[in-house]
Design a protein. Structure first.
Length: 109
């Protein structure tokens, strides 16, 4: 079956959507892992008795427990915002891909 140029472009766009979804998934997984690590770090800091240290470059520096907790909480908020943004992008791309897919399927049949 010979596909016209318009159909070929739509199929290419579907492949582009698939690549975008793959990239978004990779970003999402990275942010989820970072968020999980950050949440674990908050718990460790809360449970810490005595001095708390923070990595700065290649060295550990004694730091204020409250400042570290606050910094980690802000980091969590930022990561959660990024995750929500990625999830919104995923939904938008999925919707566009589904619409394009149904359009392509109608023309093929």
């Amino acid at each position: 079956m010979e596909l016209d140029k318009e159909m070929q472009e739509k199929i290419q766009q579907l492949q582009n959507y698939e690549q975008i979804m793959h990239n978004l998934l990779m970003q999402k997984q990275a942010f989820q892992m970072e968020l999980s690590e950050s949440k674990n770090a908050i718990e460790e800091v809360k449970d810490a008795k005595g001095d708390v240290f923070k990595l700065v470059g290649n060295i550990m520096v004694k730091s204020d427990k409250k400042k570290i907790e606050d910094g980690l909480k802000k980091k969590n908020e930022l990561l959660e915002l990024r995750l929500k943004s990625i999830e919104k992008q995923e939904k938008d791309i999925e919707k566009q891909a589904e619409e394009l897919k149904s359009e392509v399927m109608k023309k093929i049949k």
